[in-house]
Design a protein around this ligand. Structure first.
Ligand SMILES: O=C(O)COP(=O)(O)O
Ligand SMILES: [Mg+2]
Length: 221
């Protein structure tokens, strides 16, 4: 077992960019929404840098890029509705598990480690995505970006899962791909582990100073 897991009694995973490469489906939905409103598609490469703060922020960044200025609240609301509609119709057909993910989850489950999921994406999309990846049975609790008033980098969702499992923050490990995961983990008093392959606004995750970086989640077990 990896030294990052020493003394750990709960492991909390991020979803997008950590367990699954979801950008192809996210980009298809962003582009579908942009086209519906008469704007050109943004494409996967740019959407990759915009993911991380939930779906409303994702569409705000996409519209700001298309318009060259921040969108009005009314336009953003329409674009967000359109995104939710497109993504809801096809949230996972091009989404893939990263290498080592199933091995890590199986290994942790064999060790009877409780597992939770905290994502900034809307809660409604979690179950369909986990279901199509064959991951529904692993997590004792899943929270979305809209499950609580605060989302990552705020520590509130992490405290919520720690309390649910009755585990002290210092015995919890947050595993994520973005500075929001690491900031939330540090603010919550969790140990933090990062993967370097996900979505971090184009910045190396080492800049966030996680307690450890693993190239593949399989290194954890
Ligand atoms: O939807 C997002 O913005 C990011 O989702 P994540 O927290 O699972 O990386
Ligand atoms: Mg992520």
């Amino acid at each position: 077992m990896h030294t990052l897991l020493k003394g750990i009694r709960l492991v909390v995973f991020d979803l997008d960019g950590t367990l699954v490469d979801s950008v192809p489906d996210l980009a298809a939905a962003v582009d579908g929404a942009l086209r519906e409103l008469g704007y050109p598609a943004a494409g996967e490469a740019r959407v990759r840098d915009w993911v991380g703060n939930g779906s409303l922020k994702l569409m705000e960044r996409a519209l700001a890029d298309a318009l060259g200025e921040p969108p009005s609240d009314a336009l953003l609301a329409r674009a967000h509705e359109a995104f939710l509609d497109h993504y809801g119709r096809d949230p996972s057909s091009r989404t893939r598990l990263y290498p080592g993910v199933r091995e890590a989850l199986d290994g942790l489950r064999e060790r009877e480690m409780p597992l939770a999921l905290v994502t900034n994406k809307p809660y409604a999309f979690i179950a369909p995505i986990l279901d199509s990846m064959g991951l529904v049975d692993y997590f004792g609790l899943c929270l979305g970006g809209d499950s609580l008033p605060e989302k990552k980098p705020h520590p509130a969702p992490l405290w919520q899962v720690a309390a649910h499992f009755d585990v002290a923050p210092q015995a919890c490990l947050m595993v994520g791909d973005s500075r929001h995961d690491i900031a939330a983990g540090k603010a919550a008093g969790f140990r933090t582990a990062a993967v370097p392959y996900g979505y971090n606004h184009g910045e190396p995750i080492s800049h966030s100073r996680p307690d450890g970086v693993v190239e593949s989640l399989s290194e954890l077990v």
